[in-house]
Design a protein around this ligand. Structure first.
Ligand SMILES: Nc1ncnc2c1ncn2[C@@H]1O[C@H](COP(=O)(O)OP(=O)(O)O)[C@@H](O)[C@H]1O
Ligand SMILES: [Mg+2]
Length: 305
């Protein structure tokens, strides 16, 4: 998929994704060794986006299985198209000499099977990225279904048989840690923790989204993110929320956050009642801004060094 570690890093950056060197190495090795990558960490930290960025950098497509409670094999692998099968039987039964055995075989061939994302990923001519997103939403039984796919790159489907991979996809599993993913899947995967980025990296991410703003603005957003996350909030802001805030400030025509902006910005910064109260405390917001300024000055100093 990628000829070198450097090519991958540059490719990701060109898609607008800023990965640290550990993430880049892990993805590179996993792609080379045909290992799935299990990404775990808070929501909005860039797990799903990494899968799309890898696909774009490799110039390939994404097959995405969005997990949810109660998801079943049919959704993941696919199912026979029953109306089409019925239609075929009706048409064929009109002719005098029907060979029922061969008709039954035909009805259970891939022609009559509507493939789901797991099967489609195996059928790609060129290796694609298979994103199995938010795997923590499903139960252990469903995890077991993935084991065959990820160890021998094939799927056994009742009545259809065993389908082997035409190409081996690069598999990305993500989890927001609502439920613990079982050990058999962990054993087969490389494990990458996706945490909130460092202030320097977050400033770079913001810079990619608001390229016409100043360095100070980008570092300011990263500093505020770090300050908010250091505040033991009930729901600390994710990268995506910091990007929203940066866009909102652009709309407001402001490059700086001042204590007077508290009430306008509160709906963007505090997303639970407890967090709102915290920021509404006397001097709460002003001291947050003070911390943010310290962090952004540090980030600017380090990036200049
Ligand atoms: N490292 C990063 N580089 C660029 N953008 C990022 C990065 N991390 C997060 N983002 C932004 O945050 C948004 C949310 O990320 P997402 O992948 O949906 O999070 P998760 O799947 O972890 O909940 C992305 O669409 C992207 O805009
Ligand atoms: Mg996600």
């Amino acid at each position: 998929m990628f000829s070198s570690f450097g090519q991958l890093g540059e490719g990701l950056r060109a898609t607008g994704y800023i990965a640290d060197s550990i993430a880049t190495t892990t993805v590179f090795l996993a792609a080379k060794l045909h290992k799935p990558v299990l990404l775990e960490g808070p929501t909005g930290s860039g797990k799903t986006q990494l899968a799309y960025a890898v696909a774009e950098a490799a110039n390939t497509s994404v097959e995405r299985l969005q997990c949810y409670e109660g998801i079943n094999e049919e959704k993941a692998i696919g199912k026979f198209d029953e109306p089409l099968q019925r239609l075929c039987v009706e048409l064929k039964s009109k002719s005098a000499n029907v060979d029922w055995d061969s008709l039954r075989t035909e009805l259970h061939s891939q022609q009559f099977f509507g493939a789901g994302p797991l099967l489609r990923a195996l059928q790609c001519e060129k290796p694609c990225v298979l994103l199995i997103d938010e795997l923590d939403k499903v139960d252990h039984a469903f995890e077991a279904l993935l084991l065959e796919l990820l160890s021998v790159w094939q799927l056994s489907i009742p009545k259809l048989g065993t389908i082997k991979a035409r190409s081996i996809p690069f598999v990305v599993l993500t989890s927001n840690e609502e439920r613990r993913i079982g050990d058999p899947l962990r054993r087969r995967s490389f494990y990458l923790r996706v945490e909130h980025p460092t202030a320097e990296r977050e400033a770079e991410i913001v810079a990619l989204r608001t390229p016409d703003s100043t360095h100070e603005f980008h570092a300011g957003m990263a500093g505020l993110a770090k300050a908010l996350r250091g505040w033991s909030m009930e729901k600390p802001p994710s990268v995506s929320e910091i990007l929203d805030l940066a866009q909102a400030l652009k709309v407001l025509g402001s490059e700086q956050i001042t204590p007077e902006m508290r009430d306008i910005l509160l709906p963007l910064l505090a997303k639970t009642e407890a967090d709102r109260r915290k920021l509404l405390l006397r001097d709460g917001f002003a001291s947050l801004i003070f911390d943010a300024q310290q962090y952004s000055a540090e980030a600017l100093r380090r990036s200049a060094a």
